[in-house]
Design a protein around this ligand. Structure first.
Ligand SMILES: *Cc1c(COP(=O)(O)O)cnc(C)c1O
Length: 383
């Protein structure tokens, strides 16, 4: 990913910054859309993974829809040119203001996460004389087998409507003149690499689909969410996720009627591998038990390692492949002990000013940056 030209360019840039390889992004988008088109599947991009303007404009150009989890994401999606008929809005805590903004835009669907929210959308739509299109986000109680902080489809999680509430939900829908039920929605978690998990999801969706049909609801859309993972350990040799294999599971195991649309909401799988956080070594601190590499990037630029104990591959791109290596705890400058990107990381003997790449940082990286310690807003560089 980092040839000599890129390295020369990096030498002139102030660190830290996000580097986006737009070729990798394009190849990933092509692989995804080609595979989805084969089955006539609709893909929405989960904007929360990365809303860098250059990145989302590429994604819009690829023809994807937008999956939003806040009013500002809905507004941003519309502003950068996503057709409102391809914008969906999920989230457990949509405020009245956010719901009103989305109603004004006539978005494709609200993915509704509680009974009370159904009532609120019904009355707000009524005030505007509109009919809001809704999908019920159901908690399918399917274990995504990922880190517990990124699992969302279990009954202990705050997301979605639980199955024992579905009778009340059906009653509420019948009594809500300003709502049109268009489908059911699921999202069970993130960084899922075991395709069997999606197979279990399909089985659940089939059951619940039938439950609604038996009660006279005609579902136009089955939205199975996102969560497809990427290979954080091998960003160079396993760069593009196996979209073919992923979509094939749904084609095989999801029961659908001819006119029914299958919707996906992919975030991480589309953007993660195209981004790296580039940083410089400020100091090398050798101890008796530990050596520390102190970088000019920290948890204020990339929080995943601290928030989820997430692994990111760390490379010294100034040194390349040299025989001699050391073990370092790679840390940032922030005044928190958790501000550590990796412990006992094997790297070439490193020096002040070496460039360090933290790979697979295109998803849930830049978007989670914060101003803690009054840090500067992180910049981006593209190729
Ligand atoms: C975060 C989120 C997604 C995308 O998840 P990825 O793991 O990035 O694919 C999709 N749908 C909803 C509702 C989400 O909250």
């Amino acid at each position: 990913m980092f040839n000599q030209d890129i390295l020369n360019r990096f030498q002139n840039e102030e660190t830290p910054f996000y580097y986006y390889d737009l070729n990798v992004l394009q190849q990933t988008l092509d692989a995804c859309t080609n595979a989805a088109n084969r089955y006539n599947f609709h893909v929405h991009y989960a904007m929360k993974a990365n809303f860098n303007p250059t990145v989302i404009s590429k994604i819009r150009q690829a023809g994807l829809g937008a999956d939003c989890v806040s009013g500002n994401e809905v507004l941003k999606a519309a502003e950068v040119g996503f057709d409102p008929s391809k914008i969906v809005f999920a989230g457990v805590g949509k405020s009245d203001k956010e719901i009103n903004q989305a109603l004004d835009l006539d978005i494709f669907s609200f993915n509704v996460e509680s009974l009370q929210e159904l009532g609120v959308i019904n009355s707000l739509a009524g005030v505007k004389g509109k009919k809001a299109k809704v999908a019920i986000r159901i908690n399918p109680n399917v274990d995504a087998h990922t880190h517990h902080n990124i699992t969302t489809g279990l009954e202990e999680n705050k997301f979605g409507i639980n199955q024992w509430e579905l009778n009340d939900c059906a009653d509420a829908l019948r009594q809500s003149p300003n709502l049109e039920l268009i489908g059911i929605h699921f999202h069970i978690g993130s960084q899922i690499t075991d395709l069997n998990v999606f197979k279990s999801l399909c089985v659940k969706v089939n059951e619940l689909h039938q439950w609604f049909e038996e009660r006279g609801f005609n579902l136009k859309v089955l939205n199975v969410g996102g969560g497809f993972g990427v290979d954080y350990h091998h960003p160079d040799t396993n760069t593009i996720p196996d979209f073919e294999g992923y979509f094939k599971v749904f084609d095989q195991f999801l029961e659908r009627k001819p006119a029914q649309e299958i919707h996906f909401e992919l975030g991480r799988a589309l953007v993660a591998q195209s981004g790296s956080l580039i940083s410089r070594v400020l100091y090398v601190k050798n101890g008796i038990k530990k050596n520390f590499l102190i970088l000019d990037a920290g948890m204020t630029e990339l929080m995943r390692p601290m928030l989820y104990q997430a692994y990111h591959k760390i490379e010294n791109i100034s040194k390349g492949d040299v025989a001699e290596s050391n073990k370092y705890d790679v840390v940032g400058p922030i005044c928190e002990s958790t501000d550590c990107f990796g412990k006992e990381v094997e790297l070439p003997a490193s020096e002040r000013n070496d460039l360090i790449a933290i790979r697979t940082a295109g998803a849930y990286g830049e978007v989670m940056a914060s101003g803690y310690n009054l840090r500067e807003k992180v910049k981006s560089v593209y190729s």
